[in-house]
Unconditional design. Structure first.
Length: 313
């Protein structure tokens, strides 16, 4: 068992988590791996070089203070390369974010590998050396972290093995982060690929979140110093039935009320395969929905493509 957090550590983690989602603020997910950002740059015929990646991230972070992006963004997740990069004038990206009142964060997982004994389901790697990396990231200015688990729907998936393995791995990551002074974002993503219905997505995501928070409690995670980044409950991308934002909101809130402890500071949804407009409309519906209306957490966003797609155009 890891040593218990001191009261001072708990206070700092709690205050960081609260600041990220305060007053309707959300998170910009700018933590694309080198390969992923290469695809984005390739869509506009820009070569995937370190300098071009740096220039693109500078475009996102170097807005004038008059733009007041800190009024809407409480945090920004960075890739390791970006955490240590500077703007053209030598200003560290971390300082650019801090000057806007945005908390810098860091992606700490090392991607997914196939989980043996499953139908090509995956588990996320990166626990080895994580404590040391987290301490280095904190020294560089990061104050929160993200770790993504990936689960699929279809052909008997997700299996109970995949759910449990990813839940335990998320819990171990989260407690390690807290020991290093980083607020963990717990991200169990159920992919939107497939023909499944809204109800199927709800049922699967409910199983995943229930297992995740059981593991978090087993590992003594300080919930008040953590955030959740789940998929929205939506039908599969190839589902022939189209659901309204109000239907999405109803199923989403029912799911959260059944699985997410009230002590968790905020739920920052990922956009997944949704368009910018759909992700925004659905999030608004979730916040506006009044029946049953019990929402003990901040309900906000942690969007990547849904905040950047127009920028690339």
């Amino acid at each position: 068992m890891a040593p218990a957090l001191t009261k001072a550590q708990q206070k700092e983690l709690r205050e960081i988590a609260q600041s990220i989602v305060a007053n309707g603020k959300g998170i910009l997910a700018a933590d694309e791996s080198t390969g992923t950002i290469g695809k984005r740059l390739g869509s506009i015929e820009v070569e995937n070089t370190e300098d071009n990646r740096r220039a693109y991230r500078q475009l996102l972070f170097s807005l004038p203070k008059e733009a007041k992006i800190g009024d809407s963004l409480g945090g920004c997740i960075l890739f390791e390369e970006t955490l240590y990069q500077n703007a053209a004038d030598g200003t560290p990206f971390v300082k650019l974010l801090q000057d806007h009142g945005i908390v810098p964060g860091i992606k700490v997982d090392k991607g997914v590998v196939v989980l043996p004994g499953t139908n090509n389901e995956t588990v996320t790697q990166g626990l080895d050396g994580l404590a040391e990396r987290c301490m280095k990231y904190r020294e560089a200015g990061a104050r929160f972290a993200k770790w993504r688990a990936v689960l699929k729907i279809g052909d008997g998936m997700p299996s109970e093995l995949a759910i449990q393995e990813n839940a335990v791995t998320l819990a171990r990551y989260a407690t390690i982060c807290q020991q290093a002074g980083l607020v963990p974002i717990v991200e169990p993503e159920v992919l939107c690929d497939g023909t499944h219905s809204l109800e199927t997505c709800q049922n699967v995501t409910e199983r995943v979140l229930a297992a995740t928070y059981k593991a978090c409690n087993d590992h003594n995670l300080y919930l008040e110093g953590s955030l959740l980044k789940p998929n929205m409950v939506t039908a599969g991308m190839q589902c022939p039935t189209k659901y309204t934002p109000e239907q999405v909101a109803r199923q989403q809130l029912q799911l959260l009320q059944r699985t997410v402890p009230a002590a968790v500071v905020g739920v920052t949804f990922l956009s997944g395969g949704q368009s910018e407009e759909a992700a925004t409309v659905n999030l608004n519906a979730i916040n506006q929905y009044q029946d049953p209306g019990r929402k003990p957490w901040a309900l906000s966003f942690s969007y990547g493509r849904a905040l950047q797609a127009s920028v690339l155009k």
